[in-house]
Design a protein around this ligand. Structure first.
Ligand code: ADP
Ligand code: MG
Length: 680
């Protein structure tokens, strides 16, 4: 619908300045406005007699005006003058004094003897009650600001709820939305039509109608999402690729410094079977932090190299890429697999040389960061793409790497377990290998939740670790002190620790704003035990391995998502010594405490992910939007899972029948072009 794609500026009262404010809310077209759903609602349907109004509780009441509104101007030196309008209203149960501040124009519209519906909050106590700046409208009119459920929109400075409401109303008046749900689907699931849902979500006529609208919109959102998945999957070419030979793996196994766990071997065997199948692999390897996914990737890369193909291993950070190289090169080079590292911070000359080695086919295993994706990187014959810590990559990035080869096999490795229920729906077409076993000798990390009153003991504990030759990670939620002074910023905290808390210990700092080389120098020094304490932001969350670190302190632990904390905790407990994770939080919120306690009582990443999803909701799942789950606006992956299931069934039917209406196709296209859309 062309109308819907017009700018909000076509609406009365929206000029360039207002349009900019709307843009801040992510609204540029009428369609954006129609889909800008209220954050919550204010129920103004309750109408009480004056005598039943309660102080502090907003409510509606119907009353007649008994005095003429009287306006007094109060001179105020140095600033805008105040005006004050007083008027008395009454119903059969009592009288009430109304006061209007700086609203004489509005208040003077009240006519003595007429009856209005008012909405406001009673103030005062037994000595006298009054109400300030109530909203009102004549009793004969349709309720617009009284006697109804009012939408409350997310706002930005400079825009009022009233302005947004009016804009939305104007947009609804101008144009409708198209119906993406086939009639048969609406009938089967008892869903209201698109236009009704649109009206009711923005201006509910009743609580029931609002619920119906929500139910339909949730269904629709999931339906369009599922249809998009189904359409893309149906289109995905399944051209045959030459089968790999997978014999000769003994050479690789023989070179390992340890024997593989059963779960690792199973995952590798599954990958090798994919390689032999003659179809491009799409496999997700899920396994808790520390379960040894890197070796699984190495086995796959080895096999690819033996088949004369290149393998690319993409890591989300330079530190991690470097660590992969440091671990894999000594293992694979002697087996004839030439390994190179390509990251953004390499000096230009070196970068060029590495790229040449990649293009000429001299390099077999190419480990790198996003630098792998740039146009300048050309592979000679890319046969395998491995995305490590997949939740850190967008679909587009993964797709860009895959596009550098001809139907390369794709291996996705993730330590953030998606709850099984969700994985089934969201990764329906990926084959999944689960590594549910840790290498032998790992002791679970003992996790404790403490508050500030433990600070002295905690400091003593850190000292003790250092005395025993062990190291400590201290994780802070931000780099610099922000406006909210309440949480420890890594930089300041590191300084404080160095200067006054642990003057005798060696304290280092690591954060995401440091240059690649700087970060690497710090990490390398820490791994070489040149520091006792590493104060860091979540840059250490991903992958980094320092077996001698036995203690992790997480400051303001309540600021992190559960799964993120679990990831962080995975940095320790990698050596033979007993390890501890201390979560520090002064937060007293019961929900928050329950969340953190869940982490203390289990080390099962899947359980934690389920818990996270339940407690925080998917908006915050894993503490950020980098979790790799799609973002839904109305639907909630935690609570609306059943709807998702039904919507998926319905969408699968629609797509299989080739019954895609232009409206559905348009919605699907819009979704696919959204950068936040995650597709595997
Ligand atoms: P993750 O699954 O989190 O990526 P890594 O691959 O980084 O885990 O492995 C964690 C640590 O476990 C590394 O130090 C690695 O060398 C070691 N490791 C991996 N597999 C085994 C194994 N089968 N036996 C002993 N140690 C192993
Ligand atoms: Mg890893």
């Amino acid at each position: 619908m062309a109308e819907n794609s017009q700018s909000v500026r076509v609406l009365p009262g929206i000029g360039p300045k207002k349009a900019q404010l709307f843009a801040k809310l992510g609204i540029s077209t009428l369609d954006d406005l129609l889909r800008f759903y209220p954050r919550e609602y204010e129920d103004r349907t309750r109408i009480l007699p004056i005598a039943s109004l309660e102080a502090g509780v907003p409510a509606c009441f119907v009353a007649s005006v008994v005095t003429n509104p009287q306006t007094h101007r109060i001179p105020k030196p140095g600033s805008r003058q105040l005006d004050l309008t007083k008027v008395v209203v009454a119903d059969h149960t009592g009288r009430l004094n109304l006061t209007f501040f700086n609203a004489s124009y509005t208040a003077q519209r009240l006519i003595r003897g007429e009856t209005y519906c008012f909405y406001g909050t009673l103030e005062g106590d037994y000595l006298g009650y009054a109400m300030t700046n109530p909203l009102f409208e004549p009793i004969g009119s349709d309720g617009v600001v009284t006697r109804r459920i009012m939408p409350i929109y997310p706002l930005t400075a400079g825009l009022t709820n009233k302005q947004v409401t009016q804009a939305v109303q104007a947009a609804i008046f101008r144009c409708g939305v198209s119906e993406t749900l086939p009639e048969a689907v609406r009938e089967a699931y008892g869903l209201c039509g698109a236009d009704a849902a649109l009206r009711e979500i923005h201006m509910p006529s009743s609580a029931e109608a609002l619920e119906e609208a929500r139910r339909r919109l949730i269904f629709e959102e999931f339906y369009v999402f599922s249809a998009a998945l189904a359409i893309v999957r149906a289109k995905r070419s399944v051209r045959a690729v030459p089968a790999f030979r997978t014999d000769g793996m003994e050479q690789f196994y023989g070179a390992l410094p340890f024997s593989l766990t059963g779960a690792q071997q199973r995952a590798i065997d599954e990958i090798l079977a994919d390689f032999r199948s003659g179809r491009p692999m799409s496999r997700l390897v899920q396994g808790d932090v520390g379960c040894g996914k890197t070796m699984v990737a190495a086995a796959a890369a080895f096999c690819a190299a033996k088949n004369g193909k290149q393998a690319a291993l993409m890591a989300p950070t330079e530190i991690l890429a470097k660590q992969h190289l440091d671990r894999l090169a000594p293992l694979l080079e002697p087996l004839g697999v030439r390994c190179v590292l390509l990251t953004g911070s390499l000096p230009a000359g070196q970068k060029k040389a590495v790229r040449q080695a990649i293009e000429s086919g001299e390099a077999d295993l190419i480990i790198g960061t996003h630098a792998l994706l740039t146009e300048a990187t050309i592979f000679s014959d890319l046969g395998l793409v491995v995305a490590d810590e997949q939740h850190r990559f967008g679909v587009a990035q993964r797709a860009a790497l895959v596009a550098k080869g001809e139907q390369p096999h794709l291996l996705i490795m993730s330590a953030t377990p998606i709850p099984r229920t969700l994985a089934l729906i969201l990764y329906g077409d990926l084959d999944v290998s689960v590594i549910d076993e840790l290498p032998p000798g790992r002791k679970p990390v003992a996790t404790h939740l403490v508050d500030e009153s433990y600070r002295a003991r905690l400091n003593g504990f850190i000292r003790k670790q250092a005395e025993e030759g062990h190291q400590t990670f201290i994780v802070c939620p931000a780099i610099e002190e922000g406006e909210t002074e309440s949480f420890k910023a890594a930089e300041q905290w590191a300084q404080t620790l160095k200067d006054s808390v642990f003057p005798n210990l060696r304290v280092a700092l690591l954060h995401g704003k440091m240059k690649g080389a700087e970060k690497e120098a710090v990490m390398t020094a820490f791994a070489a035990r040149e520091y006792d304490i590493l104060v860091a932001t979540t840059v250490i969350e991903v992958g980094v391995d320092v077996p001698n670190a036995t203690l992790m302190v997480v400051e303001n632990a309540d600021r992190f998502g559960l799964s993120q904390l679990h990831q962080l905790r995975g940095r320790i407990g990698r050596g033979g010594a007993k390890s501890y994770c201390i979560l520090v939080s002064d937060n007293r919120n019961e929900e928050t405490l329950a969340r953190l306690k869940a982490l203390c009582s289990t080390t099962d990443g899947f359980k934690i992910a389920e818990e996270d999803l339940k407690l925080r909701g998917p908006g915050d799942f894993f503490g950020s939007r980098q979790h790799g789950l799609p973002v839904f606006h109305v639907g909630n992956l935690a609570t609306d899972l059943n709807v998702l299931k039904h919507a998926q069934q319905a969408a699968a039917k629609t797509v299989a029948a080739g019954d895609i209406s232009p409206a559905l196709q348009a919605a699907v296209d819009a979704l696919l072009h959204n950068e936040n859309f995650v597709m595997n």
